[in-house]
Design a protein around this ligand. Structure first.
Ligand code: HEC
Ligand code: HEC
Length: 428
């Protein structure tokens, strides 16, 4: 038996042994998220920054409405799953394979485990909960290399799982770990943006993507590794995968600050509705899984490197030129209007998600990101501070030749100041 299925069994047992009623902990906001629809509705409404974009409108029409449009009426998606392991490369007869385990025993559960148990369930779900159907592909080493999927002795292959469909067949699905984990310095780092996985190439090879318009296929190849369009149906606005490690401190969620993060519940609602929309509104996760994922993501801040010493040349330059926007424990901040920051405004203006602003990115952990900016157009902090990137002849952009405009801060520093600031940023 593989390590992952041993883990699943242990947690299923823990959950069977647990029981206390919803009423007992009603005062806790996390319990109210599980039990109280009116509370969930008001938490959603309070989190939406621009109630008029399509992201907000879809949620206002379907989330905790109590009428016959309510996503609560969708079937609960809690299939048996098995993590794809390196033993599965080279083809596997799925009809004879172990069908795996469900992540939770009672998908309609309304009782609240303690934080440590929730985190444990969240970690399992991060690597095992099937969030999005993968296009069909064979499992072998050439395919892994072609699509940039990671292999890890403990965590398996690319965050992929075999999930049991309603008709009993097994299909490969992505988990959170497909996009939000990557190999870095010889180990798998959890929460970092995956800079290698090329999901656009998977879609364009397979000629399929659930929920996409037929016109979309042309755009997929332009995504390149480490980017996905989570905004539009036609795939024209790819974004870099997000770094989830500093999320506990974020005042707003998403690059374009579509949501205020008011406690762990707004993150749980964001995750719950992400899963529902990636299942086209037909399925929803057990709510305890969305909550457990949110609690787990909040714990990832503890895996960031410690803050480097203050009062160095680099930290002083940072305080002088950067700290107006990048502050607090994550060295991030709230929305900055598109006109001020000046980076590519297409996402920030999109009718789907736009709010007219980009959030000041959290800089803790920035060294482990394969690319920078919401659209992943720069390779690293030294190119961000290179004034040459504004020129039409710039060649070093992460998406090919051409200028990368906006975010003009620090471009006037001299060579030695730039070196000192870059060295500081790399320690964050
Ligand atoms: C197919 C790739 C993909 C998968 C699978 C995926 N995400 Fe993401 N995720 C993204 C991208 C791209 C973004 C950036 C969107 C943005 O922030 O505007 C993102 C953003 C986020 C954010 C917002 C981060 C921030 O900085 O505000 C959270 C939270 C998140 N994802 C959680 C999850 C969880 C939990 C799962 C699993 C249930 C998951 N994601 C699965 C691609 C993915
Ligand atoms: C006026 C506010 C403001 C100032 C000042 C500012 N930034 Fe930013 N920064 C932002 C915003 C907004 C973004 C997100 C832009 C985007 O994604 O398009 C950002 C993004 C970044 C990123 C990309 C991080 C990532 O993961 O994509 C880095 C690195 C960064 N800033 C470093 C700095 C440094 C270094 C300075 C000082 C020299 C600085 N910033 C000054 C607002 C600011």
């Amino acid at each position: 038996m593989r390590a992952s299925s041993v883990g699943l069994r242990a947690v299923a047992t823990v959950f069977l042994l647990w029981s206390w009623g919803c009423g007992a902990k009603r005062d806790q906001t996390t319990a109210r998220y599980l039990c109280d629809r009116t509370f969930r509705r008001s938490a959603l409404v309070a989190s939406l920054v621009n109630p008029d974009n399509a992201y907000s409108r879809a949620r206002l029409a379907r989330y905790a409405t109590g009428d016959d449009q309510d996503w609560d009426r969708a079937a609960v998606w809690n299939p048996r799953v098995v993590a794809v392991g390196s033993g599965d490369l080279g083809g596997r007869d799925l009809s004879a394979a172990d069908p795996g385990q469900r992540l939770v025993v009672d998908p309609n559960q309304e009782w609240l485990p303690d934080d440590a148990t929730l985190r444990q369930l969240g970690e399992l779900a991060f690597f095992n909960y099937p969030v999005q159907l993968a296009p069909a592909f064979a499992l072998n080493n050439e395919v892994l290399a072609r699509y940039g999927l990671w292999v890890d002795a403990r965590r398996g292959v690319g965050g992929l799982v075999f999930a049991e469909m309603a008709d009993g067949t097994r299909r490969i699905e992505f988990t959170c770990a497909t996009c939000h984990a990557d190999r870095f310095g010889g180990e798998l780092l959890v929460g970092v943006p995956n800079g290698h996985v090329d999901i656009g190439k998977m879609y364009s090879d397979a000629g399929e993507r659930v929920g996409a318009s037929p016109a979309a296929s042309a755009g997929y190849r332009a995504w390149g590794p480490g980017r996905v369009d989570v905004t539009t149906a036609d795939g024209r606005v790819p974004e870099r995968m997000a770094d989830l490690r500093p999320i506990r401190w974020a005042s707003h969620l998403h690059y374009d600050a579509t949501l205020r993060q008011q406690g762990v519940v707004s993150l749980a609602i964001r995750i719950e509705t992400l899963i529902i929309t990636s299942k086209n509104g037909a399925l929803r996760p057990p709510r305890i899984i969305a909550l457990a994922l949110a609690v787990y993501l909040w714990s990832l801040a503890d895996t960031l490197p410690p803050m480097p010493p203050a009062a160095t040349a680099g930290s002083r330059l940072f305080d002088e030129h950067c700290a107006d926007c990048h502050a607090g424990p994550d060295l991030g901040g709230g929305p900055v209007s598109l006109a001020v920051v000046g980076t590519d405004p297409v996402l920030g203006r999109s009718p789907e998600r736009g709010t007219g602003a980009y959030r000041a990115a959290a800089l803790r952990g920035v060294a482990a990101r394969a690319t920078l900016l919401h659209d992943g157009t720069l390779a690293d902090v030294s190119s961000l501070l290179d004034p040459g990137r504004l020129d039409a002849s710039y060649l070093d952009g992460a998406r090919g030749p051409g200028p990368v405009r906006g975010h003009p801060y620090g471009l006037k520093l001299d060579e030695s100041e730039r070196r000192a600031l870059v060295a500081y940023l790399r320690l964050l």
